[in-house]
Design a protein around this ligand. Structure first.
Ligand code: GLN
Length: 482
């Protein structure tokens, strides 16, 4: 079955050649056919979905639509949805129904989009394979024996499997970009503050950003136009002037870019197919007239250790609210103390417990100087290094991750898995925008390439990828679904 591209859908809806109900039904059929095996969606209610489509059709009939009115979207299940279950992939929130919508969700509703389902994710967005979700493993639509990546693995798998043309993910250390890379998608981690975190279930608040996942940079641009912008309900929301991503892409004639390759990539062990795609991508950029040069990113080796101090420290604080008294799961107990202990022991999975232990350890009296403060110093080092680099170059290019999509239970040592985040983490530590896009295949398995830009260069990043995608066709390759 072939699916309409997002621009085709927008056109068809606008010309009233298809109704939102008809379009949505195509996706519902696909979900009914494949979600049982792929397990990308934790919750899905076809009746509620079609009611939204009918509402969108009324808006379209009244000629009151915006460009994404009537288009389905999947939201990561750590974004609160009013009166609709929101779990963050955790047992502790298994039956949690929020009384409000996350800002991002509300923006998509205001635009007349159809929330078609909630996507599985690693528990509280902690993971890189979607295997820490309480709701079971999610299969990679490009090869069922492999993981879809994480933590936004359900979002990635859902778009790859054509459950929707667009999805939201959240990215604390790579969770939009790495699953985008594993599922043959384009995914943007926006500049910190560009997209509101209101109603995003917090993991590490200073690093978390919501971002779009889709088949192309142009599709991501459409979603960014809907979800980005100042929100007074998020104190870290940026007041930067709102620019239209779609307009930027449409109007910008491709200019010559200077793109840096960190020499320190030599210290990382890559799958040979990843290196091959990386080299091919660089050659394509050269052919497109861009200048490529070697740069130094000396702080790179500190990214993983610093992140795995800062993120657990913030997570330990953010997750202290789950104790049985306010939200979700509550264990039967005789005393308050016992309730806290039992609720948290039963409600959290092993990875989340590990992060809480690490987080409390690095923050504990006497250890702060040794761990937390040092990690914050690494953040500062990165900020200086990037700001110097961006005086001479426009973007930095790297593979998104060192390997092709992993098999299930690939590493027995969690630290080995943490190390695979080395290239995505720096952008989060400094709040920079970064995009992963399709750079090739190893057999059926997709390989992603990353571009990192200076703050607020998000529209230019998507433009550069759009230009690349007009000369390549990796992003058009559909999954075999087996
Ligand atoms: N893999 C990283 C982690 O487990 C990043 C997760 C994320 O970006 N949410 O922390």
């Amino acid at each position: 079955m072939s699916f309409y591209t997002l621009p085709e859908q927008i056109k068809l809806l606008k010309k009233k050649d298809i109704s939102s109900r008809e379009l949505t039904q195509i996706y519902i059929d696909q979900i009914n056919k494949y979600n049982q095996s792929i397990n990308a969606l934790i919750s899905f209610d076809a009746d509620k979905v079609l009611a939204q489509a009918d509402q969108a059709d009324k808006i379209i009939a009244n000629n009151e639509s915006t460009s994404l009115t009537g288009i389905p979207i999947v939201h990561k299940d750590n974004l609160c949805t009013k009166d609709f279950m929101t779990t963050a992939g955790s047992r502790i929130l298994k039956d949690f129904v929020p009384p409000y919508n996350a800002h991002v969700v509300q923006q998509t509703i205001n635009a007349g989009m159809i929330s078609i389902g909630k996507a599985s994710c690693d528990e509280f967005a902690m993971g890189s394979t979607n295997e820490t979700s309480y709701f079971g493993r999610v299969l990679n639509p490009y090869c069922f024996k492999h993981v879809p990546g994480g933590s936004s693995g359900g979002s990635g798998a859902a778009v790859a499997a054509n459950f929707a043309p667009l999805a939201t993910g959240s990215d604390t250390g790579g969770s939009v970009r790495q699953p985008a890379s594993f599922c043959n998608l384009t995914g943007l981690k926006p500049t910190y503050g560009l997209v509101s975190r209101f109603g995003l279930i917090a993991f590490a608040s200073s690093l978390d950003q919501v971002g779009p996942m889709a088949r192309s940079a142009f599709d991501c641009a459409h979603l960014m136009d809907v979800i980005s912008g100042y929100d007074p309900k998020d104190s870290t929301s940026s007041k930067h002037k709102k620019i239209s991503f779609v307009k930027t892409i449409n109007q910008m004639s491709p200019k010559k870019l200077t793109i840096g390759i960190p020499r320190q990539l030599d210290d990382i062990k890559f799958d040979s197919s990843v290196m091959k795609s990386f080299e091919n991508t660089i050659n394509t950029f050269k052919q497109l007239g861009h200048e490529i040069k070697s740069i130094n990113l000396n702080t790179l080796k500190y990214a993983v250790p610093a992140y795995y101090v800062i993120a657990p420290a913030e997570a330990a604080s953010n997750l202290s609210r789950y104790n049985g008294s306010l939200y979700g799961h509550r264990a039967e107990s005789n005393t308050l103390d016992e309730m806290y202990k039992k609720t948290r022991s039963q409600g959290f999975g092993n990875e989340v417990k590990r992060r809480i232990l690490v987080g409390n350890f690095v923050l504990s009296k006497g250890f702060q100087g040794q761990y937390y403060e040092k990690a914050l110093n690494v953040k500062t080092l990165f900020a200086h290094e990037f700001s110097n680099l961006f005086e001479d170059i426009d973007f930095i290019i790297t593979p998104t991750t060192s390997s092709k999509p992993l098999t299930f239970n690939h590493f027995s040592d969690p630290v080995k898995l943490y190390e695979t985040d080395a290239l995505t983490i720096p952008a989060n530590l400094v709040g920079l925008p970064a995009v992963s896009f399709q750079g090739g295949f190893d057999g059926d398995l997709p390989i992603g390439i990353q571009l990192i830009g200076r703050k607020y260069s998000d529209p230019e990043l998507l433009s550069a990828v759009h230009h690349f995608q007009q000369h390549t066709d990796f992003h058009l390759q559909q999954p075999k679904m087996k």
